[in-house]
Design a protein around this ligand. Sequence first.
Ligand SMILES: [Zn+2]
Ligand SMILES: [Zn+2]
Length: 60
Amino acid sequence: MLQMKNKCEHCHKVLVHENEETYICSYECTYCKECVETVLKNTCPNCGGNFEKRPLRFTK
Ligand SMILES: [Zn+2]
Ligand SMILES: [Zn+2]
């Protein structure tokens, strides 16, 4: 089974995959929607990349 990061790297909130909107950057830093929108302003503090919403389901 694929190991997923399930915590926001900023606020350390546990992200329940089905319930939370989760954002990842190009280097797979993981954050909750709230931090991305209100704290990080859509820019990753680690690598300066933009975020993408993580798909709720992987079909592989
Ligand atoms: Zn967060
Ligand atoms: Zn990043």
